[in-house]
Design a protein around this ligand. Sequence first.
Ligand code: SAH
Length: 242
Amino acid sequence: MTVYLVGAGPGDGDLLTLRAARLISEADVVVHDRLVSSTVLEHRRGDARVIDVGKGVGDHERQSAINALLVRLATQYEKVVRLKGGDPFLFGRGGEEVNALREAGITYEVVPGVSSALAAPLAAGVPVTHRGVSRGVVVVSGSARDGGASELRDVAALGLTIVILMGAATRHEIVRQLLAGGLSPSTPCACVERAYSPDQRTTYGPVSELATWSLRAPVVIVVGEVATFARGTHRAEAGALS
Ligand code: SAH
């Protein structure tokens, strides 16, 4: 009857909002992505149906299949919870799912979540803004599908903190665009892998070295002077500090 598009936060089950936890515990069916951790799913009812839509077929195909699935489940169940990593409206394709539900005339509600764009830098000790250092933050997708962060060339000149999601695979291009936009190669950078998981790892150093670090998704990349706040570290202690 109702589909709830719920932000699952960046990982840990206790970084859910109270509303998210309540909705998960009431749901007849929970549909979730790859990035949603098992500690989040623990909030579900024992008899709830759980559907993992995080794997398989091509991206476009998968999204339309998910849209159709949500519409179908809404006709079968009272409460459908669609869990999305972080916040549902930040690179979560939540808008597309809302459109599909609207078109089908299905009642829905969107519940915000703690986004990795802010929480992953914080997990590494980086405040994305800081008085006298950075007056703002720009969040950009590094995904090749979104143009491989081509807008970074323009963003580089703003003097703001830059947070890049989905950028692990396009690091080389990210650095190229930033430097082409006039960013100094010595600008501090921090990469936070698997924030709020037991194997969270952060790598610090100058942005010029970003492409040489070995990183595994999911990663949030933070570029800007604020990255020096990470554990008081400035330059790379080359590679990983865990
Ligand atoms: N809606 C999500 C983002 C989805 S895009 C949110 O608000 O957080 C997926 C990207 O999010 C990943 O490629 C990675 O850049 C980032 N991400 C999500 N969870 C993360 C985590 N626990 N640690 C590091 N990066 C994460």
